[in-house]
Each structure stands twice: as structure tokens, then as C-alpha cells.
Design a protein around this ligand. Structure first.
Ligand code: FE
Length: 187
């Protein structure tokens, strides 16, 4: 895409800003609040900027207007991980950011396969999406997932995703990430 980093970042921030009133499927927070809470959890954990950016943008695929989106009335865009991953690559984000975003659904499929307590803790909405996303991984898939170089970050992102659902939590505003995003695209 032949645009300045500033133009790309402002487009993405506008998409997120517009999601202030879009519900995060079956959860008590908006899409925007969910993104901000996830990014803040990543920041507070001392993560790299790439990981923070991935946390902020992990659900972008739910709110992009992409003709390839497969929509479900209850759980939103079923293929939102792939939609967002492609969008981020096309717009100049690093492979690490794109791959992390792309794997946040697989991380759930991994955890539900390897951790029965985790499976039992999933929210009703998340349990329903899991079914649509292919259910828990089989042994071979789980082994490959665990060998990936971003294994740890993928699981971290998943846990922040799950924690970022508190209606009362205050977070830093979207503008707090603008410079970080521009610097990333200008790298
Ligand atoms: Fe999410």
C-alpha cells in the first residue's frame, strides 16, 4: 500500500474509534474498550512494542469491512484472525505482529486441547466460537503450535484477550498508541 505510515495509522485508529459502540460478542465491553484493555495488559507486562501492537489490533478482523469476512450473527467474523493478519501484512506491519494476531484463535484451540481447566473456564460466548473455529487441536497440531518461536507471546496474547473484558476498567486512550504504531510502520 502506497501511503504514509501516518495515513495508515490514522485509518486504523479511525476504524477502532468507530468501534466504541460495537459490542464485543457476548461480552460486556465494546470492541474499542477490549482492544485498549488488551494493549494495556501487554504494556504492563513489559512486552515489546510489536507484542503491544498485536494486542491492540488482535480483533481488527471483526471490525474491518472486508468482503472475505465470514460473518456469524452471534460470534462475529469467524475468520477474523486471518482477515486481520492479511490486512496487517498488506499495510506494512511486521511478520511478528501479523503472525501473533493470526494465531490468537489457534492459541485458544491449543489451550483447550492441553488444559482441561482452561476449557472449563471459557466464557459461554468463547465456547461457542471455539466450536465454530474447529474445536480443540489434535495432538499433532498442538505439538507444532508449541514448537513455534512465538509460542510464549501467542499464549500471553491469548490470556490478555481473555482478561480484557471488564466494563469498569479504565485504560489509556487510543492516541497513546499513535506514535508507537507510526514508528513501527516507519521501521
Ligand atoms: Fe479478542
Amino acid at each position: 500500500v502506497d501511503r504514509t505510515p501516518e495515513a495508515v495509522v490514522d485509518e486504523i485508529l479511525a476504524i477502532l474509534e468507530a468501534a466504541e459502540h460495537r459490542e464485543y460478542f457476548g461480552e460486556p465491553v465494546s470492541q474499542l474498550a477490549h482492544a485498549l484493555q488488551a494493549a494495556e495488559l501487554a504494556r504492563n507486562a513489559g512486552s515489546s512494542n510489536e507484542v503491544v501492537i498485536a494486542a491492540l489490533l488482535h480483533d481488527l478482523g471483526h471490525i474491518l469491512d472486508d468482503p472475505a469476512s465470514v460473518r456469524d450473527g452471534v460470534v462475529g467474523v469467524i475468520n477474523h484472525d486471518a482477515i486481520a493478519g492479511r490486512y496487517l501484512r498488506e499495510h506494512g506491519f511486521s511478520e511478528t505482529v501479523a503472525a501473533l494476531v493470526e494465531a490468537h484463535v489457534d492459541a485458544k484451540r491449543y489451550l483447550t486441547a492441553t488444559n482441561p481447566a482452561y476449557l472449563a473456564r471459557l466464557s459461554p460466548a468463547s465456547t461457542e466460537t471455539l466450536r465454530l473455529q474447529g474445536g480443540p487441536m489434535d495432538t499433532e497440531e498442538a505439538r507444532r503450535f508449541a514448537e513455534h518461536s512465538l509460542f510464549r507471546e501467542r499464549l500471553q496474547l491469548r490470556s490478555w484477550d481473555e482478561e480484557a473484558k471488564y466494563p469498569e476498567r479504565r485504560s489509556a486512550p487510543l492516541s497513546a498508541y499513535r506514535e508507537m504504531l507510526i514508528a513501527h510502520l516507519s521501521r
